[in-house]
Write a protein that binds this ligand. Structure first.
Ligand code: CA
Length: 504
């Protein structure tokens, strides 16, 4: 299937050059068209004459309008495409598409840590939560001490992680927007991989009361301003002695066989190129369908990236209530962008554009491909926890770190991250399976990428083969049998809270 260009839909009037050296002038491509000029890899070529103000169609969707006439076989540069107006969310009506009965997928399992609340962990980690950033230096010190002195004594505990953030004081804590960071911190502390063992470190005088972050029986709370601590060493010893109690209990956790329906897989992309929407995201979408068919849960997110596909997403909502929630989240985000003087053109990035993506509409169509084809059963507000199995839209910014943090708070126990330009993204709390959208990156970053979806473009593998491979890889990594590249290399990005509220 090695080809020169890819056209996604027969309705499209542009295609993407996938020949590694690009098209040369006079080269015959797409059967019988002739390239009028050299057109680089990843860029768009006009398949028809496109007049000024004509729609530019990709993914069977108008991604923009030509601001100059372009003849068949020439390079349709991104500068020649005007972005269409934003969808008016309140004008989109929900109309139920016919329910297609999906074939169930039985018999797939992984080895996970089952928690008393029914959630399942994929790692066994001691998490140290904090109520305010003032204590982060102490957490860093304690984490490195525990790693060095204690973890060797608790061989069943994989890691100790400080749940760092920049919140808790110096912020307007009672404004409506504060609900997002507050519930995020709380839900992160209850993440399935932390085994309901909550150790909270507070300072003592902060606005965010550490008591608000704890729940259940297995928690402990240490204040650095506790008058019993005379000096730094006493403080550290106090925290370590509490940590030991949690480590003892975590060390007794064992992996048990769990059905694939216990997977909660967060899909995300970052450092995208034009191929993310052609190979990486569709492969992730195929795996997403397999997980949902197996009864599991899939998240997709990145509001700023997908809201231009609002009409298409509303059609996929399971019912009108879900559609309404989705559009409310989009509208909320639109208002948030406007309050900051921004708009949707602030996504994509310059790297996206160099990678061949013209605008946010084109990016949206490529982005939603990673959600697969199943109905959206629920919409989760930023910082909230998942309630329903199946495909969920978790309303988060597109920023890799904020999205990853909010998907963690929602309860994701596995992460799939698709990249085309390349980013070394990793999280300490869950395994991150990294997928490259092109083989050039897959080869160059051979030890940073877990699966090369570019093999779809070169014709080496089909979408079905790669989708199943990704699904199996998720099960293996969730079981701890396969170490993902980011974990092998110890690459971890910080958690980043989404705080739409004011700083004081
Ligand atoms: Ca992202």
């Amino acid at each position: 299937m090695v080809s020169d260009v890819i056209r996604v839909s027969s309705a499209d009037n542009v295609a993407i050059v996938i020949k590694p050296d690009g098209l040369f002038e006079g080269e015959i491509f797409f059967g019988s068209l002739k390239a009028a000029e050299p057109i680089p890899f990843g860029q768009k070529v006009a398949l028809q004459n496109i007049s000024i103000n004509d729609p530019v169609v990709r993914y069977n969707t108008v991604i923009g309008y030509a601001n100059q006439s372009v003849s068949k076989g020439t390079w349709l540069k991104n500068d020649y495409i005007k972005t269409p107006p934003s969808p008016e969310f309140f004008r989109i009506d929900f109309s139920k598409s016919t329910d297609e009965e999906v074939e169930k997928l039985d018999g797939y399992t992984f080895e996970g840590y089952r928690n008393s609340d029914g959630t399942v962990g994929t790692k066994n980690v001691l998490g140290i939560t904090m109520s305010v950033q003032c204590v982060s230096g102490v957490i860093e010190h304690v984490v490195s001490r525990i790693k060095k002195d204690l973890l060797p004594k608790y061989p069943n505990v994989d890691d100790v992680v400080g749940l760092n953030h920049h919140y808790g004081c110096g912020v307007a804590i009672d404004v409506p927007a504060a609900v997002i960071p507050k519930r995020t911190i709380r839900n992160l502390a209850q993440h399935p991989n932390l085994g309901n063992e909550v150790l909270v470190l507070g300072l003592g005088c902060e606005k965010l009361r550490p008591e608000l972050l704890i729940d259940g029986d297995n928690y402990s709370l240490v204040y650095l301003q506790d008058p019993r601590f005379e000096g730094f060493q006493a403080m550290v010893d106090g925290i370590i002695s509490k940590a030991t109690v949690h480590l003892e209990r975590l060390n007794r956790r064992r992996r048990v066989t769990c059905p694939a329906s216990d997977l909660v897989v967060g899909m995300q992309c970052g450092g995208s190129d034009i191929f993310s929407g052609l190979s990486g995201n569709p492969v992730a979408g195929f795996a997403a369908d397999l997980i949902v068919r197996a009864g599991g849960t899939v998240f997709f997110s990145e509001v700023t990236e997908v809201m231009d596909a609002a009409t298409q997403l509303v059609e996929r909502c399971a019912n009108e209530t879900v559609a309404k929630k989705l559009l409310e989240e989009f509208q909320w985000y639109q208002n948030y962008l406007e309050a900051g003087g921004g708009d949707r053109s602030d996504n994509p990035t310059p790297g996206n554009k160099r990678g061949g993506i013209a605008n946010v509409v084109e990016k949206a169509m490529g982005s939603i491909a990673k959600s697969g084809t199943q109905p959206i059963v629920d919409v989760i507000s930023p910082g909230d926890k998942v309630q329903m199995k199946g495909l969920n839209f978790v309303a988060t910014p597109a920023s890799d770190f904020v999205c990853g943090t909010l998907q963690l708070a929602a309860g994701m126990n596995m992460h799939v991250f698709i990249t085309g330009r390349g980013t070394p993204y990793g999280l300490s709390m869950v395994p991150v399976v990294k997928v490259s959208s092109n083989s050039e990156l897959g080869k160059r970053w051979f030890d940073l990428i877990d699966l090369d979806a570019g093999q779809l473009l070169t014709g080496q593998k089909t979408i079905e083969e790669l989708g199943w491979e990704l699904f199996q890889l998720i099960l293996e990594a969730a079981s701890g049998r396969k170490l993902v590249a980011a974990d092998k290399l110890g690459l971890r990005n910080d958690l980043v809270l989404f705080n739409p509220g004011p700083i004081t």
